[in-house]
Design a protein around this ligand. Structure first.
Ligand code: AMP
Length: 396
């Protein structure tokens, strides 16, 4: 998929127009209080541009997974409106309405530069079904649709894709950057191009491996995924987590990589534990892992090999931890990889989810070219799949 030609907010005239902006305000809440306002802060450049250029702004988003009346209470966007108001030092009006008279009246009364937020679009089950009537009703609030929610761009929902059937549709700055950095990396990477994949399962990442194997110069595999590959090359993996039904597939990938002359790096040593526990006894194994032990992180030799492969990279894409990084004794491999990427001069792209969180916690965020704002969406982008929330936008 090539989305480099999609129109952005700077390609249309928004002056005096009502603009419906799909944001990703799916923030973590505890007892109604926002625990991390990162997603709200990240949405501001797009909102500010629209306000400065004379648009009346109608924001919408989902939050959580509201199912019934009770769970809806915990999924209201009211705290988001309050926080955005504080951050922008400007009133953000909030309505508990979504597509009814109150939302329409508030939208109609918006002056240029004014901002409102409607309630959680997932309060309507029609949202995730991409119901055309619901999408049309949402669209009728505005003259233009802006999608800036990359985290849900892989979903064809009413507010992420359906509305684009009824309005001119462009992307905001967040999606524009995702498209530019990841799109360019896939289409015309600075070489050597290195992909580092980790995490739990080969089956989750197989699409990415299949797409990237034709593009990268070096493919590095860590995490539990690596044990399926090490089993495929006949190594003992002890009690490590692996997918027996994916061993054949791993063999095929290894053979393909070899035929292509690709540098394919797997762990040569591992930190293993005698149980899946932060206080477990640990032992470093070179080559295979003995029975009774499970590999929970890459070992020191592997850390060095992976870091060396990254050091002179032109482009690095990283998705998934190298071990059980939630447990400090098994986070060293993930930290080493994050550090190596941060220290390199590469165009560095960090997929969302665990690897993005690791990079941020370690304080390396500023050293990365791009940290994707969407875990699932960035994976699908790297798989080369169509993202409905971007595909629906107008071309230049
Ligand atoms: P993913 O969501 O696919 O990126 O996988 C992340 C999860 O993989 C994390 O919860 C890690 O704890 C887990 N993981 C990574 N390496 C291992 C391993 N060696 N054994 C068990 N789980 C692992």
């Amino acid at each position: 998929m090539n989305y480099l030609n999609k129109k952005t907010i700077e390609d249309i005239d928004v002056k005096g127009k009502k603009v419906l902006v799909r944001c990703d305000f799916n923030v973590p809440l505890t007892d109604g209080a926002i625990v991390d306002d990162k997603r709200i802060r990240e949405s501001i450049p797009t909102i500010k541009y629209l306000a400065d250029n004379g648009a009346g702004i109608i924001l919408c988003s989902h939050l959580g997974r509201p199912k019934d009346e009770e769970s809806k209470k915990a999924c209201t966007l009211a705290p988001v409106a309050a926080r955005l108001s504080e951050l922008m030092a400007k009133e953000v009006k909030f309505t508990t309405d979504i597509i009814g008279d109150e939302a329409h009246a508030m939208a109609a009364a918006l002056n240029p530069g004014e901002i409102m937020l409607i309630e959680n679009v997932r309060f309507y089950k029609e949202e995730t079904k991409n119901d055309p009537d619901f999408a049309k009703a949402l669209a009728s609030l505005a003259d233009i649709f802006v999608n800036d929610a990359f985290g849900t761009a892989h979903r064809a929902h009413a507010s992420t894709a359906g509305v684009a059937d009824y309005l001119p549709a462009v992307c905001g700055y967040l999606i524009q950057k995702e498209i530019a950095v990841m799109g360019n990396a896939l289409a015309d990477p600075k070489r050597p191009f290195v992909a580092i994949l980790g995490g739990a399962k080969v089956s989750d990442k197989i699409g990415v491996i299949t797409n990237l194997i034709d593009k990268v110069d070096t493919l590095i595999i860590g995490g539990a995924m690596a044990y399926t590959f090490n089993a495929a090359r006949g190594w003992k993996i002890g009690d490590s987590k692996f997918e027996p039904d994916k061993v054949e597939l791993a063999k095929e990938i290894l053979a393909k990589a070899q035929a292509k002359g690709l540098k394919f790096l797997l762990p040569v040593d591992n930190v293993a534990a005698d149980e899946f526990n932060v206080n477990a006894n640990t032992k470093v194994f070179e080559h295979g892992i003995e029975d009774g032990w499970m590999g929970l992180d890459i070992g020191p030799k592997t850390q060095k090999i992976f870091a060396d492969a990254v050091a002179d990279a032109g482009t690095v894409i990283w998705n998934g931890p190298m071990g059980v990084s939630e447990m400090p004794p098994f986070a060293h491999g993930t930290i080493a990889v994050a550090k190596a990427i941060a220290d390199s001069n590469s165009v560095s792209i960090i997929g969302g989810g665990d690897s993005a969180a690791a990079v941020e916690q370690l304080g390396f965020a500023d050293k990365m070219t791009h940290i994707s704002t969407g875990g699932g969406a960035s994976l699908e982008f790297l798989e080369g799949l169509e993202l409905p929330g971007i595909a629906c936008l107008d071309d230049k």
